[in-house]
Design a protein around this ligand. Sequence first.
Ligand code: HEM
Length: 148
Amino acid sequence: MLITRIFPLISFVAIIGFSGCSTNVDGHNPSSSVYAELGGSKKIEEIVENFVVEIERDPVILAYFDGADINRFIDKLSEQICHRTGGPCEYSGDTMEQVHGGMNITEADFNRTVDLLINAMNKADVPHPLQNKVLRVLAPTRDEMLYL
Ligand code: HEM
């Protein structure tokens, strides 16, 4: 239904609006990190695997991945989520600007990708309040990849 597709988008937009208020994205307090709440790397791997399946089913977003190395994407995205949620990982991939800069990603397609990530978290049984925390730590990536 339309409302179930619009609601997560609205909440993400609201989260982006308030992302400047977020704390604890650098893992300074691992005992209360989003990473710990997720249950660690296994859950992040499940989310990322589900996310790839969602991307493969979406022709609009899949088109961006033409020629991409999916195994590297899985690896680096997992690292990035682990790092940004306060887990014990260093991110060893390219910067968000370097990777996405030349892609001309539209606002609509960024939001569409976020919807796919929400689907992936739903399928991994991540509770909605925790999904919002994950989205909040990823929200700054928006400005690192749009209008570059
Ligand atoms: C939601 C926020 C996003 C995050 C956190 C994110 C993160 C990443 C990461 C970590 C990589 C791998 C970097 C590397 O290989 O060193 C990557 C690659 C990629 N991302 Fe994103 N991404 C996001 C949104 C998007 C969006 C909206 C699109 C397109 C609609 C997109 C398209 C791609 C593509 C095509 C690649 C593969 C590039 C290649 O291997 O040539 N990403 N992303």
